[in-house]
Design a protein around this ligand. Structure first.
Ligand code: SF4
Ligand code: ZN
Ligand code: ZN
Length: 343
């Protein structure tokens, strides 16, 4: 874990590599680092994770899902930087969920970041695609907002990736997002679910694989990196963020207390999961067929998105949404380097 240092002036801790004032102590690496060396350290960690888990190959098209939060912004900035040397292409996608002021600010931040980095951006506005914002869709479906959000984002991002013929979708999940879910699924013995929480998931027919370049980076490290680099990020949390009381949060605290006593424990845990991911994946049951409306791979007759929209909005919206996304992507291909939205 990286401990941020507030101290300055005489007596301040010094960088182990250059003697400049340190901004953080990385205990698992036994290093105190200044701003410059911390940035290099994180970039190197991510480059190593990409190599260790074969997350990206030269010549690939990588679609980065960007929310406006610090984690996905870090992924976009680092991948856009690396893409020139390693010879892969980066495109960003942002879903405007229609959560009032929060979504407005998030979209603004993402557009600014993509302009700064010169990365082409696809913006999809949920209300325009299905005629309802996320809160409206959740209310009509009578399901928890975050579960509807996850389902909708997975469907839309996968559809954009398919249309763009992207090789992978890069997500901003870091260790502190993933490990609590691993533990929770282990407690519930949902072993197959753990197979989805490794550094990458495989592509399949109709399904684009997902990669997690921050797999060995902690939440605090990602936050410090974003702050030092001055990345534009939305400061407010989504109003639906669950605060306190969740099993994941309890486990996160527990893992952090173990990390305090044994620096490096979380990375060792993450690597162990990555080594055994195919075992966990083999526990995933269910025959995979195709949704009878939109053709998306699904374990039942109708995919989760078509089921949700069918029940809440009166008709399965998969085919309409896929058609709109196709138009948006064609627009992007015609006008490279710009921000394209479905409006
Ligand atoms: Fe979506 Fe819930 Fe996250 Fe808000 S807190 S962005 S509703 S998953
Ligand atoms: Zn230094
Ligand atoms: Zn469907």
């Amino acid at each position: 874990m990286a401990d941020h240092l507030a101290r300055g002036g005489r007596g301040a801790l010094r960088c182990s590599l250059c003697g400049e004032p340190a901004v953080t102590v990385v205990r698992y690496a036994k290093l105190r680092l200044c701003r410059k060396h911390f940035v290099e350290f994180i970039k190197r960690r991510i480059a190593k994770a990409i190599e260790r888990y074969t997350l990206i190959r030269s010549g690939w098209r990588v679609l980065v899902a960007v929310s406006g939060g610090k984690d996905s912004s870090v992924v976009l900035q680092i991948l856009s930087d690396m893409s020139k040397q390693l010879g892969f292409e980066v495109i960003a996608v942002h879903i405007d969920l229609g959560i009032g002021e929060y979504s407005r600010k998030a979209r603004e931040v993402v557009e600014k970041l993509c302009r700064l980095l010169g990365v082409p951006l696809v913006v999809l506005e949920l209300r325009d695609l299905v005629g309802a914002s996320l809160p409206e869709l959740a209310a009509r479906s009578r399901r928890p907002t975050c579960s509807v959000c996850g389902l909708v984002k997975r469907y839309l991002i996968n559809s954009v990736a398919l249309e763009l013929k992207a090789d992978v979708v890069a997500l901003g999940h870091h260790m502190d997002d993933l490990l609590p879910y691993v533990v929770k699924n282990f407690i519930l013995q949902n072993l197959g679910e753990i197979g989805k929480l490794g550094p990458r998931t495989e592509s399949g027919e109709g399904l684009v694989g997902r990669i997690r370049p921050l797999y060995e980076v902690s939440e605090r490290e990602a936050a410090l990196y974003a702050q030092i680099q001055g990345l534009p990020v939305v400061e407010e949390s989504c109003p639906y963020t669950v605060r306190g009381g969740s099993v994941e949060e309890e486990v996160r605290r527990f893992l952090n207390s173990i990390e305090e006593r044994g620096p490096g424990t979380k990375i060792a845990f993450a690597r162990a999961i990555a080594r055994n991911v195919s075992f966990y994946r083999s526990k995933l049951g269910g025959q995979i067929g195709r949704c009878r409306y939109c053709g998306t791979p699904t374990s039942s007759d109708v995919c989760a998105f078509c089921r949700l929209t069918g029940r809440s909005l009166g008709r399965p919206m998969g085919p309409t949404v896929r058609g709109r996304i196709k138009e948006v992507v064609e627009k992007l291909e015609r006008s490279r380097g710009n921000c394209i939205s479905n409006l």
